[in-house]
Structures are given as structure tokens and as C-alpha cells.
Design a protein around this ligand. Structure first.
Ligand code: SF4
Ligand code: SF4
Ligand code: SF4
Length: 245
């Protein structure tokens, strides 16, 4: 079985949980690094909060009982967990069709499918005697890229190193911090206005400054979306002032 002390929280969240809960203890950075290394060796999926600065947690999850991975299996294409910027690529020539990658994947993104190698005639060669043919590869892995997390466990466990992790053609933008993440999600869903005006936490000038700060750092296409949803003269002025610089 996998170890039980696996998930890490940081800073104030960690202090508060250690003080009030029975499931948390404060540890040193060194012990935290040892835990990460041990979890890696147990093939646990290592997932941090999806922010670039000050993440509140980093989990090391197994596919059998982690709620986050269960959600990823059930609602895969909706991507309840942010993926990494990598995607596995399989080299047909070195794959021996053993199926270990399929068994390893925590979100069932790999399925072994019947492989139909071209016959000798199709390959334009004289048909060889059955016993002299190369061993027929029964199955090969097919990866559903819409649900793959890019965790790399399949590549780590492939016995012939037939899987390499490559950068996704479309990069996943990791939000800078939680405000950035909320704003980016609200823009995607078209609910930026509701986020700001229905949410007490954003009803002060500092929070508004944080929201505008996030928008100013977004790519132009996202800024245009934000501006349309927000219908704010002030934001439009900020954006055009930025363009003029
Ligand atoms: S259920 Fe998964 S994500 Fe949640 S704490 Fe446990 S391992 Fe971490
Ligand atoms: S683990 Fe490697 S060799 Fe085995 S089926 Fe998957 S890709 Fe092929
Ligand atoms: S990287 Fe491999 S193991 Fe991880 S989710 Fe994708 S297919 Fe599954």
C-alpha cells in the first residue's frame, strides 16, 4: 500500500491546521522534500495548487481513493484538475504492447487497442513464412489527450522507454496566484462581472486593484474578453494606456 502521510499544506494554512486539527503536523523543509521523493517512488500523482506563487497545498495522490483524481476520472473532459504542460508521446517502434502504461494511468486516459500492423503484402514485401514473421504486437496504447493530466507516470513506468513527455502544442497558463486564478476562470466562464459585483471579498479598492492587476497581465485576447464582460470605462482606459506604452 501507499504511505499515509503524503499531502502537504504550507504557511498559514499549515499552521492553522496543525493547531486545530488532529490530522496535521508541522514538519521541516527537509522532511517535506523526503516525503515528496518517497511519494514519487510510490508512483503517486504530485499535484500542487494551480498557482505560480504561494500555493496553499501540494498533494500526492493515488488513483484509488483521492477525490480529486476520482473527479478527473468521472468528469475528465471538463478538466477538474489543471493539467501540466506536457503530454505523453508513444514511439511505436519501441512499444512492446505490455499494457503497463494503461494499468499505471491514474485517470484511465490510456486504453490498449488492437494493433493491426500492415501485412507483408500491404507493406509491399513478398509474404514471408509465418514462423519467420516478427512477433505480432497484439495491442498498443491509445492516449485520450482530453483527459490526460500530463503527470508522466506512464512514461516513468514504461519498461522500454517508449513514452516521452513532450510539451503540449497549446500551453496551459498557470495563474500567478489565487486572485489570478479566480479572475482567469471567471473570464473563461463569462462571469467576471458576477465575480466582482456579487462577491463581498472583492468589494474594496485593494481587491479591485488586484483584479485589474491580473487583467493587465493577461494576453490581449483575454483582456478583450474581460473588457467586454466588465463594461468598465476605467478598465478600457487602463488597457488603452497599456497599449500606448
Ligand atoms: S483526496 Fe487527494 S487531493 Fe485530497 S487530500 Fe487526499 S490525496 Fe490530496
Ligand atoms: S508501457 Fe510502454 S511498452 Fe508497455 S504498452 Fe505502454 S508504451 Fe508500450
Ligand atoms: S501522463 Fe500518462 S499516466 Fe499521467 S494522466 Fe497522462 S496518460 Fe495517464
Amino acid at each position: 500500500g501507499a504511505p499515509m502521510e503524503t499531502c502537504l499544506t504550507f504557511d498559514n494554512v499549515a499552521r492553522s491546521l496543525a493547531e486545530h486539527g488532529g490530522y496535521t503536523r508541522l514538519i521541516s523543509k527537509e522532511e517535506a522534500k523526503d516525503i515528496l521523493q518517497m511519494c514519487f517512488s510510490y508512483d503517486l500523482v504530485q499535484m500542487g495548487e494551480n498557482v505560480r506563487e504561494h500555493p496553499a497545498f501540494m498533494c500526492n495522490c493515488c488513483g484509488c481513493c483521492c477525490e480529486a483524481l476520482e473527479a478527473a476520472r468521472k468528469f475528465g473532459p471538463m478538466q477538474p484538475i489543471a493539467t501540466t504542460n506536457y503530454i505523453p508521446k508513444i514511439t511505436e517502434e519501441t512499444c512492446i504492447g505490455c499494457g503497463k502504461c494503461e494499468r499505471t494511468c491514474p485517470v484511465n486516459a490510456i486504453s490498449m487497442t488492437e494493433a493491426c500492423p500492415p501485412s507483408a503484402e500491404e507493406a509491399g514485401q513478398p509474404s514471408a513464412a509465418p514462423e519467420s514473421r516478427a512477433p505480432r504486437k497484439e495491442k498498443r496504447p491509445l492516449i485520450d489527450e482530453s483527459i490526460c493530466l500530463g503527470c508522466g507516470l506512464c512514461a516513468k513506468n514504461c519498461p522500454t522507454k517508449a513514452i516521452v513527455m513532450e510539451r503540449r502544442p497549446i500551453q496551459v497558463i498557470t495563474p500567478v496566484n489565487s486572485t489570478h486564478r479566480f479572475v482567469a476562470q471567471a473570464i473563461e466562464k463569462g462571469t467576471l462581472q458576477n465575480l466582482v459585483f456579487d462577491n463581498q471579498a472583492f468589494a474594496n479598492h485593494r481587491a479591485m486593484a488586484a483584479v485589474f492587476g491580473v487583467i493587465l497581465k493577461l494576453p490581449p485576447i483575454k483582456q478583450a474578453l474581460a473588457s467586454r464582460q466588465f463594461k468598465s470605462v476605467y478598465l478600457d482606459r487602463l488597457l488603452s494606456a497599456q497599449k500606448e506604452k
